[in-house]
Design a binder for this molecule. Structure first.
Ligand code: F6R
Length: 260
């Protein structure tokens, strides 16, 4: 697990975009796992800039999003499909048929979840998964107590998540109670994970995920089990880390490390 502490949110976004660009340079037909929410907005802005100004090509890319609210169709302004379309997809050249966002309106959720898992397998698995972190330590919508081996499934949101996400809706009562989400196990299967976090409100969740025990109570702590995961944090999000000096030391010493 690598911890990269950046001065600002913009630096976090740029550093994460660099990893995405490197992945696409190495593998133009990479499979990207994507997140929604406030956190990756800067990353998506930077990817759009790289596409427009530097020709970063998404024409062979496939995407799988982490989660969706149950009950919201694609064209609902609060649906995650709509979010992704408005904030990334419509601005880049990823083919629409390569875009996968869990359906919030499936007839048979169990069958849909299995289909989603099978689709990820069929595309050869996710090369790079982008993650945010909830204030309760969740990744995707894997709320506290989610199995660390869970797969894509229907999940009931906690009140804390409903409260956190109420800012995007007219009123709290409009926030769906159920979601469909990749499981922790699904996420851990990705080749590489990058988790972005910014702001003081994430500091407790971040320290628990990085320096706390691996626990289903903080599903982001499962990243400790992954051989290639990177946390990109801004200063306020990193504010409670005990090993902070060591993480900075590692980054400083990285250029001289043997084999790099
Ligand atoms: C959304 C997702 C969630 C968010 C998390 C943080 O696809 O996977 O886990 O990353 O709730 O949300 P923000 O970024 O809005 O603070």
């Amino acid at each position: 697990m690598e911890v990269v502490i950046c001065k600002t949110y913009e630096d976090v976004s740029r550093a994460a975009a660099q990893v995405v660009a490197e992945t696409l340079n190495e593998k133009p037909d990479a499979v990207l796992g994507l997140a929604t929410g406030s956190t990756p907005l800067g990353l998506y802005k930077e990817l759009i800039r790289m596409h427009t100004e530097e020709g970063l090509d998404f024409s062979h890319v496939t995407t799988f999003n982490l989660d969706e609210y149950v009950g919201l169709p694609h064209d609902h302004p609060q649906s995650y499909y709509y979010f992704m379309w408005e904030n990334l997809f419509k601005h880049i050249n990823v083919p629409v048929e390569n875009i996968h966002v869990p359906s919030g309106t499936a007839n048979n959720y169990k069958a849909f979840c299995q289909w989603y898992e099978d689709q990820i397998d069929e595309y050869g698995g996710i090369d790079l998964q982008v993650l945010g972190i909830g204030s309760d330590g969740h990744i995707a919508f894997n709320e506290p107590s989610s199995s660390l081996m869970s797969r894509t499934r229907l999940k009931t949101l906690t009140e804390q998540t409903i409260n956190d996400n109420a800012r995007f809706f007219d009123k709290k009562e409009d926030v769906p109670v159920y979601s469909i989400t990749m499981g922790v196990g699904t996420i851990l299967d990705a080749e590489r994970l990058i988790l972005l976090a910014n702001g003081e409100g994430k500091a407790d969740a971040v320290v628990a995920a990085i320096e706390g025990p691996v626990s289903s109570m903080i599903t982001a702590s499962a990243l400790q089990l992954h051989p290639d995961s990177i946390f990109f944090l801004d200063e306020p999000a990193a504010g409670k880390l005990q090993m902070r000096d060591y993480y900075d030391w590692i980054q400083k010493k990285k250029p001289g490390a043997p084999g790099t």
